[in-house]
Design a binder for this molecule. Structure first.
Ligand SMILES: [Zn+2]
Length: 402
């Protein structure tokens, strides 16, 4: 395996890994953040001593791509201890199910073979097959077979590995990839490899879903920037990547309260396709990138002042959501004593500790015995779900959405 310095030395620091043109510009830097934020720690000591690296976002003026220019891919240990699954939230589950159903119906996937790159624990692939897809092959180093319970298990196959050229023999009608491309540094290289693996099977359909960075820049939702995510797309930069590597775009939409981009594509038939309206975002993205540093400073000031006020009033403060957003919020703002604990509904996260800051993660059931005065909700989309749960326990803390 190549070392980080070998990888960096080989890469032209000025080159965009998405369109391969030169002239990228750094615009945002966070130092010493944990290299993993979905890997929760078993002890406070492990959490506090977890490896850290810097993040430096750079923007490509040619394709609008944003990426961590000092990303070190050698630090990641994508394994079965990754707890990236959002499948414990009813809201996310409902979205995931409706997307699976829509894809099966819109693209006629009944009876078709689906290959999912980065299938995680396999929940989505299972849903596709439950809704009618013929069979599924999932590839992910973090797959855990024991966790999967479904009546369609005989139509599913999983490979515990990273996708590579060595899987070109796996033929499928559909290549699906959700919340994975943002973890890949050389995005142009990956899409080129997929195109090459498809060969002359030009009917192969690509269905991808990943976070949209435009909203992150605009809000600014700085907690959506963290180490595992080295690649940040807008609808335009994603479409440009697909076109550059030999695909035509069939669909380009924002979903889940505009948090995710959904793209459908097919190998290009050689005829020039005119760009979709959603692709025309180069100037807008450049403008948001320009404004992001000052917006972040403002947001940081606002949060530190609110948290300082709560601390002065001896309020007990909890973060709701123990995922990457919470880790990034805590470590970007370098918060230690301002937050008492983190709440998460995923039982696999409870009893563990946030890497970097060491905050304990508890389940909602512990709240009646030790209720927080203030709750910061990391994802406003779960507001209804969280409020119902708190009301059900007779708890009424002040809820602030990140
Ligand atoms: Zn570029």
């Amino acid at each position: 395996m190549e070392t980080h310095s070998q990888i960096l030395a080989k890469r032209n620091p000025n080159e965009c890994p998405n369109c391969l043109k030169t002239g990228v510009m750094p615009f945002y830097r966070v130092s010493d953040i944990p290299v993993h934020s979905v890997l929760l720690m078993r002890s406070l000591e492990l959490a506090k001593s977890y490896p850290r690296r810097n993040l430096e976002l750079a923007h490509c003026p040619h394709c609008g791509f944003i990426f961590n220019a000092v990303f070190d891919p050698t630090v990641h240990e994508y394994s079965t201890s990754c707890e990236e699954s959002q499948g414990f939230s009813p809201t996310f589950n409902e979205f995931s199910r409706s997307l699976a159903k829509r894809w099966v119906e819109t693209y006629g996937l009944t009876g078709k073979t689906v290959l999912e790159i980065g299938c995680g624990k396999g929940e989505f692939l299972t849903q596709l097959v439950e809704y009618g897809a013929g069979s599924g092959i999932g590839i992910d180093p973090a797959f855990i077979p024991e966790r999967l319970e479904t009546p369609v298990s005989d139509r599913l196959r999983f490979i515990q590995d990273l996708y590579s050229e060595s899987y070109s023999h796996l033929t499928a009608d559909v290549i699906c990839c959700r919340h994975t491309l943002e973890h890949i540094g050389p995005t142009h290289q990956l899409l080129s490899m997929i195109r090459q693996n498809i060969g002359d099977r030009k009917d192969t359909l690509l269905l991808f879903e990943l976070p949209d960075v435009y909203r992150v820049l605009k809000e600014p939702a700085f907690w959506d920037i963290y180490y595992e995510h080295c690649s940040y797309f807008t609808a335009g930069s994603l479409a440009r990547l697909f076109r550059l590597t030999g695909f035509d775009i069939l669909e380009l939409e924002l979903e889940y309260d505009d948090q995710y981009i959904v793209i459908a594509a097919k190998p290009s038939n050689g005829n020039d396709q005119s760009p979709l309206p959603a692709e025309d975002d180069l100037a807008l993205v450049a403008q948001e990138v320009d404004q992001f540093p000052s917006r972040f400073k403002e947001a940081r000031k606002k949060w530190l002042s609110l948290l300082g006020k709560w601390k002065a009033a001896s309020k007990k403060v909890a973060l709701w959501g123990g995922g990457s957003k919470a880790v990034s919020f805590l470590t970007t703002l370098k918060l230690e004593n301002h937050i008492d604990f983190v709440i998460d509904i995923n039982p696999h996260k409870q009893g563990k500790f946030i890497p970097g800051t060491g905050h304990p993660v508890r389940g909602p059931a512990s709240l009646p015995d030790d209720p927080p005065d203030c709750v910061i909700l990391m994802n406003p989309i779960y507001q209804g779900e969280v409020k119902d749960m708190l009301d059900g326990m007779g708890l009424h803390p002040e809820i602030t959405c990140a």
